[in-house]
Write a protein that binds this ligand. Structure first.
Ligand SMILES: [Zn+2]
Length: 255
């Protein structure tokens, strides 16, 4: 028996108890001790979980994760965090939202689920750019008939909005990328390019948030964890995506 807001319940009563259901819907109950002790079953915890919380004095990401039965990695992913520093009053989401990415476009084509094995992140090595600009460059200057060599481009506020995820024609057609030299990797790897030269400057906070959200969606939602995350220089001899790309943090999130 567990007491929730003064209501006693047992396993067999569960959702049939209208007052308990109401208490859960109103999100009035809060039982950190019971949660920590494992007394509260997962389904109850998930049903009672608010969609977001505000950071209180003394909170850490670890404490918030434990209180709500989530992992720290989930909180990092769903809040686009590459560091565990949080501030009093900050809003922390307790579920994925995918509001930074154009979901309708990403899910629109008939996804060839079996073929994609990797995500490979790049920088453009240029201070500015956008999907349209790189498309023209790849088509005209480099003579590639399929144009834009990446599947996705994430803007830095120069020629497209900061953090905006643009979907390339190769993703819509589920076509091979042209973003690495290896034909084998091009045939099974989703190429994501962040606009900027990260040998010289940092990616913007919005670009990083969008890359986390896009990679989380692709890896965990669309491909059920099957994709591996790499950056270009881990596979071929290149500086891409530059020394300012937060590689260690991304491997903590996606390895
Ligand atoms: Zn690259």
């Amino acid at each position: 028996m567990i007491s929730v807001n003064g209501i006693m319940w047992t396993e067999d009563r569960r959702w049939s108890h209208p007052e308990l259901k109401m208490a859960l819907m109103n999100r009035r109950f809060f039982m950190p001790a019971a949660i920590a002790s494992g007394l509260v079953p997962g389904w109850l915890l998930a049903a009672a979980r608010p969609e977001r919380v505000q950071v209180l004095r003394g909170d850490t990401l670890t404490r918030i994760s434990r209180r709500h039965g989530l992992s720290v990695t989930e909180l990092r992913l769903w809040n686009g965090l590459t560091s565990d520093l949080i501030q009093v009053g900050q809003e922390i989401w307790l579920k994925p939202r995918y509001t930074q990415i154009p979901l309708a476009k990403i899910t629109q084509p008939r996804i060839k689920a079996g073929r994609w094995k990797n995500i490979i992140a790049h920088h453009s090595a240029t201070p500015n750019g956008s999907a349209a600009i790189f498309d023209e460059y790849h088509r005209v200057a480099q003579g590639r008939e399929h144009g834009l060599a990446y599947h996705f481009v994430i803007g830095n506020g120069t020629n497209s909005p900061d953090g905006k995820v643009e979907v390339g024609g190769r993703w819509l057609k589920q076509a091979n990328g042209g973003h690495v030299r290896s034909a084998e990797y091009n045939s099974c790897s989703i190429g994501i390019c962040l606009v900027g030269n990260f040998e010289k400057t940092q990616p913007t906070t919005k670009q990083i948030k969008s890359l986390i959200e896009l990679s989380d969606y692709l890896k965990h939602r669309m491909f059920r964890g099957r994709l591996k995350f790499f950056v270009h220089k881990e596979l071929e001899k290149t500086l891409c995506p530059g020394r300012h790309f937060p590689l260690t943090r991304f491997h903590q999130l996606f390895s």
